[in-house]
Each structure stands twice: as structure tokens, then as C-alpha cells.
Design a protein around this ligand. Structure first.
Ligand code: PLP
Length: 411
């Protein structure tokens, strides 16, 4: 496991950061609009925030909290927060209605349908985002076409097909699937709903990020209710293209401007575009290519969302890249909790944050990062388990059979 400091980490070590970056669209108003919209779906409920008190005691920290997104809209991952909100914004824009007046009922109404006709939403996905787009399109009476990278798990393909969407498994990696879906959209007049931005395509990814802020807003409300503390001191955020991490961190920095939590951005070593971007001398995003093979399918992305990267560059404390066994260890830790701690069913991309925390606490080689982050008795740590067992076969191989164990030289 390796790390590199971000601007907020250098600041906590006495160095100056450069400037604040644009956080305007990830504020409390945006989160409130997105929450109001999500509440209009019958399936909406806040996901649970689990307190791992025994684990916190064992590790000598003030608290460990895990937001369990496996409960989100019955879809086993957080992604629908972005997809449903972006599709909602898109439809209300076409209808000429401000999003703070739109609702599920209104967008589903016969009158709206008559004005909108049938729209095909298209995206590329490792699974979670595509399932979310397909579900949201179906719920709102529209269509979806989903492109997946080669090697996509059959279970994830089927979960998307069950929503009535068309699924195409491509020959290339995730980033190539993104380009293909956007070319197909141009050819067929479809609407791209992608969870990353590029030049000329920024509005929908911003809506997606605004949708994700709901997860952070819920977590803070739950933390305050459970503990009386206003905010966490540390937050571990896993990154694929970085939209989720930047949305949550942007919200937290906006909300706790005077003293935001220290954020550790976590990635698989095989798809470490944020880590490498953090090393880039001029601060520009760095793209990693190739197969990007990792068990953390949701994080297997080589090209940062440039807008998300700007937020992470300015506001993250550290960027960590880790081998697959760290995620597997996180899954096992959450599946077999200490004492009376609640169990969290967490998939590969969901559990890597707690896996990295475990490394920081338990591995003497990580002392520098642990000390600089000041992880100790006063720390209140927040992790987001962004998916459940979205590949149930692999989940059991890891949790039951011990697949992807820590190699002996690292013990
Ligand atoms: C379960 C899970 N966690 C985290 C992420 C990372 O999100 P982002 O690509 O916005 O960094 C993804 C992305 O697909 C995911 O599926």
C-alpha cells in the first residue's frame, strides 16, 4: 500500500495549500434539492449508518461509522442516487420545470409522457451505475441501453437486463466503453448519462455528483443523532473516476468550511489514476490505460473525472493505492464483526475504505501516514460501504473461502 499527500494533508503538516476550487454546486441547497427529489420515489429511505463501537475500541479510535449503501432503493449500491437525480434533472429540463418543483409523480404523469415521448438513456458501466440508470429509466417510463467492459460479471449483466434495459458487453475496458456509448448516442440520438465528465459534457455528471451528496447529508444527520458530534474527523472515500469521492468531500468542505474532515482517497493499485494525478507536477489529471484488472470492479477506471479531480486535488489529505487483498480484508472485517457490532455485507469496491483503515492501524509500515493523519482516541471515522454483494459468487469466495488473502511476505 502506498500513499501520496494531497493539498489538505500538506496543510495539516504545515505546508500551504493553493486555492479552494469550485465547490458551488455541491452545497446544502443542492443536497436538499436532490433529497427532496429522491423522497418522491416510493422506494426512498435513508440507508443505515452502522456504528462499529467494538472495533473502534479495539483499534483505539473514538468511533468508526459505516454508511451501508447496500440498502439503497433495493439496488445494492449507492449509484442510483446519481443516476435517478440526473435523469430527473434531464427530464425536467426538457419539460421546462425547475428540478425543485419536479417529482416522480410529475415526471411519470401522462401529460409529461406525452410531451417527452420515449427517450433512450445510454451509459457505460462496470455494473452499478448501469443498473442504476436502467432502473431509473424504467421507473420514469423511459428506455436504457447499457455498455459494459469485457469481463463484466454475468450476475451484474443479468441484474441490469431484469430492468428491461438492453445490455452490450464490449471488448474493451471501462474507459473504451464510455467512448463507445457516447458514439452510439450520437448515431442514434440517445441521451448519455455518464458518471464522469469530459470536455463539452459536464452538466449531467454535475447532476450525478449532486445526487451523491444525499449520501453525505444523510450520514452527517445520522452521526449527529447517534453521537451528538457535529462531524467526522476523518473520511475514507474510494475512487473510480472520483465523482463519488469529490461529491461527498465537496459537500463536507462546503458544510464544515472552517474545519473539514481529513479525507483519504482510496484506489486499487491497478487503476490508480487519482494517486498518479496527485504525483503530477502541474496538478493535471493523469490517465492510466490497459486492463485495469482488480477485484474492485467499480473502481476499475483509468481516467479521472477532471472536475472531480480538481476538488480532490485541493481538498483531499492523502491518496492511497492498495492491492486487492486490502479490499478483501475489509469485506471479511465487515462480514465478521467484533462483539455486538452490526454486520455489513460489503462488496469489493464498498469495503476498501475500511480495509485501508485496517492497514493503517495494524501495519507498522503505515506509521507515517497514520501519525500524520492523527488517527487516535479523538478520531471519528466515516467510511462509505458503497455496495453490497453485487457479485455474490465472488463475495462468498472471498468471505467464506478466504480468496485474496494477505500474501505471507506482507504479514
Ligand atoms: C460500489 C462503487 N463504489 C465506488 C465507486 C466509485 O465511484 P466513482 O467512479 O464516482 O469514483 C463505484 C463506481 O462505479 C462503485 O460502483
Amino acid at each position: 500500500m502506498q500513499f501520496v499527500w494531497g493539498a489538505a494533508g500538506r496543510k495539516s503538516g504545515g505546508e500551504e495549500s493553493h486555492h479552494a476550487g469550485d465547490l458551488g454546486h455541491l452545497d446544502e441547497k443542492a443536497a436538499a434539492d436532490a433529497l427532496r427529489f429522491h423522497r418522491s420515489f416510493a422506494a426512498y429511505e435513508p440507508t443505515p449508518l452502522r456504528a462499529l463501537d467494538h472495533l473502534a475500541q479495539e483499534w483505539g479510535v473514538g468511533g468508526i461509522f459505516v454508511k451501508d449503501e447496500s440498502y439503497r432503493f433495493g439496488l445494492n449500491a449507492f449509484k442510483v442516487l446519481g443516476a435517478a437525480y440526473a435523469i430527473g434533472c434531464c427530464l425536467s429540463q426538457r419539460l421546462g420545470i425547475p428540478i425543485d418543483e419536479a417529482s416522480f409523480e410529475l415526471l411519470r404523469s401522462a401529460e409529461a409522457k406525452q410531451k417527452l415521448g420515449t427517450i433512450t438513456f445510454v451509459t457505460a458501466t462496470d455494473g452499478n451505475h448501469g443498473r442504476a440508470v436502467a432502473w431509473a429509466a424504467q421507473q420514469l417510463g423511459q428506455k436504457a441501453v447499457i455498455y459494459m467492459p469485457k469481463g463484466a460479471a454475468q450476475e451484474r449483466v443479468e441484474a441490469i437486463q431484469q430492468t428491461g434495459a438492453e445490455v452490450i458487453v464490449t471488448d474493451g475496458n471501462y474507459d473504451e466503453a464510455v467512448r463507445l456509448s457516447s458514439r452510439m448516442a450520437e448515431q442514434h440520438g440517445w441521451q448519455v448519462v455518464q458518471d464522469t465528465a469530459w470536455e463539452g459534457y459536464t452538466e449531467i455528471p454535475r447532476w450525478i455528483m449532486q445526487g451523491y451528496t444525499v449520501m453525505a447529508a444523510e450520514a452527517i444527520a445520522q452521526l449527529q443523532e447517534k453521537t451528538g458530534r457535529t462531524r467526522p474527523t476523518h473520511v475514507f472515500l474510494q475512487a473510480g473516476v472520483g465523482s463519488m469521492a469529490a461529491a461527498v468531500l465537496g459537500y463536507l468542505v462546503n458544510r464544515f468550511a472552517d474545519d473539514p474532515p481529513l479525507a483519504v482517497i482510496v484506489e486499487p493499485a491497478a487503476a490508480d489514476c487519482m494517486y498518479r494525478s496527485a504525483l503530477s507536477p502541474d496538478g493535471s489529471p493523469y490517465a492510466v490505460s490497459g486492463d485495469l484488472h482488480t477485484i474492485m470492479a467499480g473502481l476499475s477506471c483509468g481516467e479521472p473525472n477532471p472536475f472531480a479531480w480538481e476538488i480532490l486535488r485541493e481538498h483531499a489529505a492523502a491518496f492511497v493505492r492498495c492491492p486487492d487483498y486490502v479490499a478483501a480484508q475489509g469485506m471479511r472485517l465487515l462480514a465478521a464483526p467484533l462483539g455486538g457490532d452490526p454486520r455489513v455485507v460489503s462488496g469489493e469496491s464498498g469495503a476498501v475504505g475500511i480495509g485501508v483503515l485496517a492497514e493503517l492501524i495494524r501495519d507498522g509500515r503505515q506509521a507515517e501516514l497514520r501519525e500524520r493523519l492523527q488517527l487516535g482516541a479523538d478520531s471519528v471515522i466515516l467510511c462509505f460501504s458503497t455496495e453490497g454483494d453485487t457479485d455474490a459468487g465472488q463475495y462468498r469466495e472471498i468471505v467464506w473461502d478466504g480468496k485474496h488473502a494477505r500474501p505471507s511476505q506482507d504479514r
